[in-house]
Design a binder for this molecule. Structure first.
Ligand SMILES: Cc1cc2nc3c(=O)[nH]c(=O)nc-3n(C[C@H](O)[C@H](O)[C@H](O)COP(=O)(O)O)c2cc1C
Ligand SMILES: C=C(O[C@@H]1CC(C(=O)O)=C[C@@H](OP(=O)(O)O)[C@H]1O)C(=O)O
Length: 387
């Protein structure tokens, strides 16, 4: 499976074209909307989320509630476009007006300056419109289809907030269903209600100070068959594909599986997961410290992956920058901004991880239509169980 997204943050719409989805997957716009609405929520966001109502139009590839195997086009209108029509329209504008409205003071930490240098744009709006994380709505739309495929195969995915500005949720030994329920109830999308208030306070304080904060998101995927991905070639390792997908989310700077970076401080005997067997489950690991991967392949244990999000770059008390016209020092431009988007990003990460896992399954098993995919995955699970 593959997908492309298009659309500027304050342009007319976001478009996602998804290809390779098996035929006969039941898919309603409500399925996509559920994901889009979850992404819009979350404590710490700015005014933009009050303007938008992210609801999808399915423009191709689905008929009478099921997929046809042809490319699926998903469109989300930007309600804010009506306020930006004269700035974001496709028709030429008067040169004076164009120059007056140019963004020329790049924000440290955003794509403004690098993109302007690379594409020879003196108006950095031409960069920030596309580098904006508004695009993650289009990615979540694609991921919602992946989640539908996974759910038909009995695979569950959940993303939740593990840490905000050093305030860490405990590792709770609860099921994926409970994690889904708890994180959906929490304004900061944490599964540990004892840290909810302090996370919210940290966000409020950052906002009050004209500053921003980041954090850590954890995604758990349960019910994956063993052997997804492959050790035989570097670009077929599924953990590396997931790592790439996580770091491709705006502002995500690092990724770890299982105990991750802590493995630098543990011995082999405290790091690897001992193997056992029973007739009902087949082979399993007694622990899951490595987060569900060995040799770039799934072990069949839950995938546990974390991503770290840096603080948002746009600051209401801006950092020093340089005006690219005068070359004089200036405070960076202030675009309307979130103060913390980790709760929203938890939904984004859940969906990009779901996409990678669903793609790996669809690419590995015969999958022209859903019944065929389900049967081949079931047959493979049984072969592995009795191996
Ligand atoms: C859900 C979400 C919302 C974001 N909101 C903002 C925002 O309001 N203001 C901002 O400057 N950056 C925001 N970001 C981060 C920027 O988009 C990101 O830092 C920028 O694209 C530069 O990319 P990089 O940080 O990956 O280098 C957001 C990111 C995510 C995932
Ligand atoms: C629009 C979204 O997030 C935006 C991501 C973003 C950025 O710079 O990444 C900047 C802000 O845009 P605006 O200036 O229009 O408020 C966020 O609101 C969204 O998540 O749907």
């Amino acid at each position: 499976m593959r997908y492309l997204t298009a659309g500027e943050s304050h342009g007319k719409q976001l478009t996602t074209i998804v290809e390779g989805v098996p035929a006969h997957l039941n898919l309603l716009k409500e399925d996509v909307n559920e994901s889009l609405i979850r992404r819009q929520g979350g404590y710490g966001r700015g005014r933009r989320m009050k303007i938008e109502k992210d609801l999808v139009s399915i423009l191709s590839g689905v008929r009478h509630g099921y997929t046809l195997a042809s490319p699926i086009t998903l469109a989300v209108t930007n309600d804010d476009f009506k306020n930006w029509e004269d700035i974001m329209g496709e028709d030429p504008v008067d040169e004076d007006q164009h120059i007056r409205r140019q963004v020329t003071k790049p924000r440290p930490g955003h794509a403004d300056l690098n993109g302007a240098l690379k594409y020879n744009h003196r108006d950095m709006r031409n960069i920030l419109e596309r580098s904006s994380a508004r695009e993650t709505a289009a990615r979540v739309a694609a991921g919602s289809i992946a989640k539908k495929i996974l759910s038909e195969l009995g695979v569950k995915v959940v993303g939740y907030v593990k840490e905000i500005y050093g305030i860490e949720a405990s590792d709770l030994p609860i099921s994926v269903d409970e994690k889904i329920e708890k994180s959906n109830k929490s304004l900061v999308r944490t599964i540990d209600e004892t840290v909810e208030e302090s996370m919210k306070q940290a966000i409020d304080q950052a906002k009050q100070d004209g500053d921003s904060i980041g954090g850590v998101v954890e995604v758990t995927v349960e019910g994956v068959p063993a052997g997804l991905g492959s050790h035989v070639q570097y670009d077929r390792k599924l953990d590396s594909k997931i790592a790439g997908a996580v770091v491709s989310i705006n502002a995500f700077k690092g990724v770890e599986f299982g105990l991750g970076f802590k493995a630098a401080q543990t011995r082999g005997s405290e790091t690897h997961d001992e193997i056992d067997y029973d007739e009902t489950s087949g082979y399993y690991r007694k622990t899951n410290r490595l987060g569900g991967f060995e040799g770039g392949m799934t072990t069949g244990m839950p995938i546990v992956v974390k991503g770290v999000m840096k603080p948002i770059p746009t600051l209401y008390k801006p950092l020093e920058s340089v005006d690219i016209n005068s070359k004089e020092p200036f405070k960076a431009s202030i675009e309307r901004s979130d103060s913390c988007a980790v709760p929203a990003a938890a939904v984004v990460m859940e969906h990009v991880v779901a996409w990678e896992v669903a793609s790996a399954i669809v690419d590995q098993f015969p999958s022209d239509y859903m019944e065929q995919l389900k049967k081949s995955v079931e047959d493979e699970r049984e072969r592995i169980r009795t191996f």
